[in-house]
Ligand binder design. Structure first.
Ligand SMILES: C[S@@+](CC[C@H](N)C(=O)[O-])C[C@H]1O[C@@H](n2cnc3c(N)ncnc32)[C@H](O)[C@@H]1O
Length: 243
């Protein structure tokens, strides 16, 4: 199957069409995105994000960008370190607007900027840390997104990715059932967007598994690439360092 014969149905679409459909998905779900995340994952996504933030140590703080930062969950965790300057970068104005409307404590320390992972609006070798949580599978060209992350990180800078992955074998049947039966229904009932949540499930299914994604990070030029399963592989934390 062609990689472009994608999550929006069986029709083959161009990368530009795919990109514009992903944009529409996030515009549509933005107002209810945070609520849906809590319902779908029973709030566990918050623990995963905390795990991600606590796994990150950037001595001296420095400049951190949360790519595909959406409503700003991860950026808020990163901004708890007062030495760190934090930006959310996301192509969806609707998602960023939904996040900013929550007016959380500490939001005044976060900058928000429009941009796609495949063409980052940052100069070469300027960032100390890049995070991306549940965003990499939306990149139409993940290899290019990884090369971009490498380009904008300083030597010694760290790339950290939290993404859905492949659960262990005994969990898979239950997980598949839950994904196919419960999530689209929740998407219909709560967000009134069943198609958007079909996209979510399909994009998870198509994303490379733990080992494949680690190999892609290495191929983009990162070293010290490691990964750790969260919740038996439902999600996975990958990281790498720009030499
Ligand atoms: C599932 S949300 C994740 C939001 C947030 N990081 C979180 O963990 O809650 C995916 C985000 O990816 C963004 N996105 C879609 N295409 C993208 C791209 N090509 N580059 C960067 N971000 C993208 C969407 O706008 C959306 O905000």
């Amino acid at each position: 199957m062609s990689p472009l014969e994608n999550s929006f149905g069986s029709t083959e679409v161009t990368p530009a069409e795919r990109q514009s459909r992903i944009r529409s998905v996030f515009t549509a779900v933005a107002p209810r995105y945070d609520l849906m995340n809590d319902l779908m994952s029973f709030g566990i996504h918050r623990l995963w994000k905390r795990d991600m933030a606590s796994a990150i140590a950037t001595p001296g703080g420095g400049l951190a960008v949360d790519l595909a930062g959406g409503t700003g969950d991860v950026a808020r965790l990163l901004a708890r370190d007062p030495r760190r300057q934090v930006w959310v970068c996301d192509p969806s104005v609707a998602m960023m607007r939904a996040g900013r409307s929550r007016e959380n404590v500490g939001d005044d320390k976060i900058g928000w900027i429009g941009g796609e992972a495949e063409a980052l609006p940052f100069a070469d070798a300027t960032l100390d840390l890049i995070t991306i949580s549940f965003g990499m599978r939306n990149a139409t060209k993940p290899e290019l997104a990884l090369r971009e992350a490498w380009r904008v990180l300083k030597p010694g800078g760290r790339f950290v990715c939290l993404e859905f992955s492949r659960p262990v074998f005994w969990l898979k049947p239950f997980y598949d059932l839950y994904s196919r039966l419960v999530i689209p229904r929740l998407g219909a009932a709560v967000a009134q967007q069943p198609d958007a949540y079909h996209y979510l499930i399909e994009s998870i299914r198509r994303f490379p598994d733990q080992r494949e994604f680690a190999a892609m990070i290495s191929a983009a030029g990162f070293r010290d690439v490691v990964w750790r399963n969260l919740s038996f592989g439902i999600a996975c934390l990958h990281s790498g360092v720009r030499p």
